[in-house]
Ligand binder design. Sequence first.
Ligand SMILES: Nc1ncnc2c1ncn2[C@@H]1O[C@H](COP(=O)(O)OP(=O)(O)O)[C@@H](O)[C@H]1O
Ligand SMILES: [Mg+2]
Length: 581
Amino acid sequence: MLSLKRRQSEEKSIREILKPSSVEIAPDKITINKRQNRIIMAAGWPGRVQEGFLDRIITAKGEFDISLHIHPMTNDDSRVYLDNAIKKMDADNFSLKKTGSSSATLTNKINDANSTLKKVEFGEERLFDTSLYVNVKAYDDSGLEKQTKKIESIMSSVKIVPRRPGYRMREGIESVLPFARNMLGVKRALTTSALSALFPFTTSYLEIEDGGVLLGVNEKNSIPIIQDIFKFRNPNGIVVGSSGSGKSFAAKLLATRIMWNGAKVRIIDPEGEYAALASALGGKVVKISRDSKTCINILDFMGQGYNEKRESLMSSFAVLFGDMSSYQKSRLERAILATYKMKGIEKEDTESWKKTPPILSDLHKALSDEREIAETQKHKDEILSIMCKMDMFVEDDGLFSYLNSGTQMEFENQLVVFDISEMSEHIQPLILHMILEYLNYEMRRDRERSLVIVDEVWKLLREPAVVDHIFKMVKTSRKWNMSLFLITQQVRDLVNSEAGEAVLANTSFKYIFGHEASDMKYSQPFFGLNERETQILLTAKPGEGVLMLGDSHYNIKIEASPEETKIVTTDADVLRKEEID
Ligand SMILES: Nc1ncnc2c1ncn2[C@@H]1O[C@H](COP(=O)(O)OP(=O)(O)O)[C@@H](O)[C@H]1O
Ligand SMILES: [Mg+2]
């Protein structure tokens, strides 16, 4: 008893809170707390409706609510309703004939009604009393009139007859509020199939996929685009745009949302700007340096086969040593095989591939053995030259001696940021190559959904070894449940490279943000942007751009919720304001 009383008083107080402070009813509008509302009702309907025909109204931009009332009729009522309708139309037809004329439309309607009646009798169709109302909202008279006209013209274009219920705005507003009270009572009987055509969630903008994440908000109609990137034919994505156009912001937001959806996220961060994100999301920042325990041993198989590893090693060394003569290449290959053999790892014995691999100093030693047996001084010198280039990796005080050690890369964290910002540009591509190799291994082993983000990838795409790797990854990612997300501001590099073509062909979602005119001339043909999109991109603010999903283009905006903004923002002003608040 007591709890009932308490509930009643709580309900009352909620009503007190929600109740508007003023309501003003006029013949053609109702103003609630300064906001004007006008109800438009569907007074007439087209004879036949096509599937999704409400899309045009739903996807229109502006402030309005749509309210549909659907009330099933009993079979008996349906029969009586149809019978009466047929009788009336027959009578009209009869009087028309008497005047010597005829109407094809009327005859069609009679035939339609007869066939519907049959279907109702056989239980194939049912009838539903249906009402459609639109509540248009604005803050002033001219806005209200403009918006009303717009909705009326859209309704007319899909052959719905719009009408403003004069002097009945109060009933109107009650009919559109979520109380299921159809006070206006302007109904039309629709069959099951016609009703299903009214089902409003059929536009491509509105396909909200289970397990999907918000990719952006459609600028045209403010409808969110929610898709599961791992279900795309090709789960990879790319972002292009000039500096400051919002690429990293979009990537951080995607990372956050994907992570909240349960997938792993791995980020390669050449600018050192993702640490805050990692700390906000409980992720881990990995720096591969002298001071960290983490290490990748370049000679580690990491799940690859013998030959595959051999090839990838040759491309890694190409990054390190630059151009090699064919003699140098052949001796290096021999030294690699000898180093593995020394550790009992042989091509034919797959079990041996799991043994502890050699490290760089072992390879250095094998090269020195090759040098011993080289026949000419020239050959000895050639081998010595690559050995010298290796010194910085193997000598105790060598610049990169921290890479001369076994792989230490186990982390259970859902989010890992590889910060490579403090490395010299010379070594960055090699490290990226090694990280990608490790990630590839991790993905193949776990086969869990994972997103791998490479920011400012253009810097790193200049190395053929890295390009090869990216190539391989974009082509096989789907198999391992991985999505590779590449960020670049240098469109030119992408356009003119084979890797660019491969990336384009193997990415299902592409964000194109603000562009400088000088870059636009490359992007426009490369992405097939139209004139309007080009204009939008030349003046876009951060986070505004075009999202390409397969062949569809959408003008979108990247919007973060206040919670997300706290996590992803790098804007010093916003951060400072947060601190002051
Ligand atoms: N969608 C967005 N909403 C709000 N602020 C944004 C948005 N996109 C970018 N910004 C802000 O604009 C600035 C530049 O964005 P950033 O993503 O770092 O650019 P890019 O990586 O393209 O160089 C940052 O301060 C960022 O916080
Ligand atoms: Mg950036």
